[in-house]
Design a binder for this molecule. Structure first.
Ligand code: SAH
Ligand code: SF4
Ligand code: F3S
Length: 442
């Protein structure tokens, strides 16, 4: 028994999959204190904000949502607010958190989330606010008993941190240097998730999964890790994110093509269609190299679903640079695209670059780009006609639906199903109102 046993907690998460998974670890820590989860902030004793600072908007959102709890906090002094993750880890964040958010009891960064249980105990004993930002991880961030959100797809960390230092990006400053998990540890976790917990998709996580193993003494490569994990017995598939084009190897394409357990989907952020901008971004590849990867991947895996990230309005981006991005989109034809307006991050090189692009131009460019992507996506749907995809079969409102590796839904009308959550081939037979339907293709 402790002060928290039997009380409720609530976790609010901002940012990427890495943070989503870290929040699953946080839930595990809080449950191990004997706490229960609630969706209602008003019922909670402990509220955790796991924050993101990739763009200014992410910071503003977390800040205002925490500040809005002033009255909630004042109503009951046993209530605890925790702020953790990337936002407090910044050296030059937008807000002076300690000063501006006095209602927060515990402020920690990204390197000590695993110690949250100890911090809460200390807070209960000493009744003193805790502000602890570490320069690097103290011990393993791999916490065994995490409570996962999803019952079908499980996130598994394979590498922490980033060594790339793209000039616009705050991640290397708030997540530290690359650190791979040993292959045996990952294997054990995946095996347990698949064989004991029934997970159908395993998503391997890293800021740059292709860097996996470079820091390990045995120098295991990402392709070797994937191949090894595919030997685990069971009806499951493996996804991964994110890949950096610079480290994308031919070996990996081979593994993706030859291993049925590797999902046929690839997120390969390009960021810009202009080689001059890519150079200023410090991305270490040019458009010719990027296109050569895309061509090879499409040739090896014709049904592959491709997605990307694009930043518009990077300092110095001209109309001509921007048009090159649109041209690239038309060539690649992504199934999904995430577009962002460049956001100045203090402490990163690009924040001091000349020729910052005005906001109204960024807005115009992003809207225009998304309009084009909508057209491309509609066109991509048409290409599914008569094609067969290996899908996860689910029930949605009593109808069987096949979910492709890339996340497209194919309705299977009149299909008699007894169970769900298994893989089967589905052939697309009809496309109407942007909806796919098909039949099981044995
Ligand atoms: N490690 C991954 C993704 C990191 S962040 C990768 O390298 O691809 C996710 C996306 O946010 C990036 O791909 C980029 O498109 C976007 N992003 C990062 N910093 C940004 C900034 N300062 N302004 C706008 N978008 C940014
Ligand atoms: Fe950021 Fe670049 Fe690292 Fe991705 S590879 S996290 S964009 S610095
Ligand atoms: Fe945001 Fe941190 Fe992820 S800055 S995008 S939560 S690594």
């Amino acid at each position: 028994m402790n002060k928290y046993t039997g009380k409720f907690f609530h976790v609010v998460t901002y940012g990427c999959q890495m943070n989503v998974h870290e929040s699953e670890k946080i839930r595990g820590i809080l449950a191990s204190l004997g706490m229960l989860e609630t969706d209602e902030i008003n019922d909670a004793t402990v509220v955790v904000f796991n924050t993101c600072c990739i763009r200014e908007g992410a910071e503003d959102k977390a800040y205002s949502n925490i500040a809005a709890l002033k009255k909630w906090k004042a109503e009951d002094d046993s209530r605890v607010i925790v702020m953790c993750g990337c936002m407090p880890q910044q050296k030059e964040g937008k807000y002076d958190l300690k000063k501006k958010l006095p209602i927060v009891d515990i402020i920690i960064g990204t390197h000590n989330i695993n110690l949250l249980g100890q911090y809460l105990t200390r807070l209960a004993e000493k009744k003193e606010k805790i502000y602890e930002i570490l320069e690097s991880p103290t011990e393993s961030m791999d916490i065994g008993n995490c409570i996962r959100d999803d019952k079908i797809n499980a996130y598994v960390n394979i590498i922490y941190g980033c060594n790339k230092f793209c000039t616009y990006c705050i991640v290397p400053y708030v997540r530290g240097r690359e650190k791979s998990r040993p292959i045996d540890e990952i294997y054990k976790e995946v095996k347990d998730l698949v064989q004991n917990q029934g997970y159908k998709y395993i998503t391997l996580l890293g800021q740059n999964v292709n860097s996996y193993g470079k820091d390990l003494t045995d120098k295991t490569t990402f392709s070797e890790l994937l191949t090894h994990l595919c030997r685990i017995e069971g009806d499951f598939k493996i996804k991964f994110m994110t890949s950096h084009p610079m480290d994308f190897s031919d070996d990996l394409i081979k593994v993706m093509k030859n291993e049925p357990k590797v999902a046929k989907t690839l997120h390969l952020p390009v960021q810009s269609g202009s080689t001059a901008i890519l150079k200023k971004m410090n991305r270490h590849y040019d458009i010719k190299q990027y296109m050569s990867i895309i061509k090879k991947v499409k040739r090896a895996i014709p049904n592959i679903s491709l997605s990307t990230d694009i930043i518009v309005g990077f300092p110095g981006e001209t109309d001509a640079d921007y048009l090159k991005t649109l041209k690239l989109m038309k060539k690649v034809k992504y199934d999904q695209l995430f577009a962002f307006m460049y956001s100045k991050r203090k402490g990163t090189p690009a924040a001091t670059f000349d020729n910052q692009v005005e906001d109204y131009i960024k807005t115009k460019r992003v809207n225009n780009l998304l309009r084009l992507q909508k057209i491309i996506q509609k066109d991509q749907l048409k290409k599914c006609f008569k094609k067969t995809y290996n899908c996860l079969i689910k029930h949605i409102n009593g109808v069987a639906v096949g979910i492709t590796d890339g996340g497209k839904e194919i309705y299977i009308p009149n299909y008699q199903f007894a169970n769900q959550n298994y893989f089967a081939n589905v052939k697309v037979e009809d496309i109407r109102n942007h909806k796919l339907s098909g039949v099981i293709d044995e």
